[in-house]
Design a protein. Sequence first.
Lengths: 219, 295
Amino acid sequence: MIRSITQKKSDEEINRLLEGLNRIFIIGCGTCATLTHTGGLPEVETMAMSLRDKGKLVTGQMVLPVACDNMTGEMLREWSSKMDQADALLIMACAFGVQTIARQSRKMVIPALDTLFIGKETAVGCFDEICTQCGTCILGETGGICPVTSCHKGLVNGPCGGTNNGKCEIDSNKDCAWTLIYNRLKELGRLDSMRKLQAPRNHQREPSPGKFMISPGAQ
Amino acid sequence: MASKFRKALESGKFVVTCEIAPPKGTNLKKMLHHVELLKDKVDAINITDHQSSVMRFPSLGGALLVKESGGEPILQMTCRDRNRLALQADLLFAYTRGVNNVLCLTGDSVIFGDHKEAKGVFDLDSSQLIMAIRKMEKGKDLGGNDLDGEMEFCVGAIVTPEANPLEPQLIKFEKKIEAGAEFIQTQAVYDLDNFKKFMEYASQFPVKVLAGIILLTSAPMARFMNKNVAGVSVPQNLIDEMASAPKEKAIDKGIEIAGRMVRRIYEEKMCHGVHIMAIGREELVPEIMAAAGLI
């Protein structure tokens, strides 16, 4: 399942964002942010305690089942009295959750987390970014491993000179995507695919911001 | 306007190039001094492009300075800082000013440099940049539009003969040649028997190869490279040899080793020449050449 991977902002940044705001309502998310231990029930409770320690009034706290779901609107309405008392909503969900809540509420929203990437849990407690939704999928030529995402430089014609014993030049904890692709294609007897000189990528397949309509013209 | 450097490569002579990094700032004195010292001794001078992602005076400015001083520049261009519009525009400008040798590189990640939060561009990769130049020479830009005026470059690329694993690197090497690279400057090589094996493979391709020689300045520097520079491997016997010299004589030992390596490459005709990188000690390049018996 795809997951939105988040990390808590520093206390300094959260303090700065909450400056002058004394009554806070905290919202966590029961899905990805719970899995990454950044916005589940325990983290929301810890945040509430920490805000009280700083002299803030926590008007309420809740963990939405799926913050980015459209049902979030219903949940927010149920809690509206406590939210109305708050100066701001402190959101411990990914940016999809923050924006979904912002659209359903008249309150100022403050994210407590940074959204790092959309990833996948590849081992217990380990999340990897494997697709950046570039719009021009080349997995068919790279053995099912995405170099646009998994190579730090997004190179499509093979490794750079920084590849080091199968690891990336920027971090020995990160695999060199092109070593993985090479090994996979070799195993499949398809190194010819790696030998193909790839033309410059189309970075405007779906010009940002992305928008897609099943029936063009319908809104 | 034919490239003097291409003529040197095609002449069959043993070609020597070196490299100079532009200054951090506008003080060009030291760079000019190095250019003056080296321009008549080597066949061409590479000007590095924000080496190690450290923001500096631009490589294009440095290459112009070499040209204006009567030397032969090789413009290094990485894909890290410019998208395809900016890269093509700089090539057009370079050609009009007589800078007509270019070395195409991917470029280090910005996180190694002194602007760690910058956006790395990588709109093109090194082989695509080579493709772009060859396309422009035929009168079309990467968008397929007509270009007004001629353009011709002597185009090079790099390879890391000691990369591990090696084969993915060699596949990329072949793609660079397919894209149109006519010369290759290698990452530093120290184990020349290994390099000979690489050349047995590389010599089947229509490309001139200049072996990369990095001047060792001390035993700790050699150990540092082994630990931190991908694809560079200084054998233990060379580290021991560096360590055997008294501290104040270490640089002389480094010059001796580099000279000896260049000499062997030259005598055994391993490849078409050498690319000497005396990082920060460019004034020592003539001494290395003298130690090799080239001047």
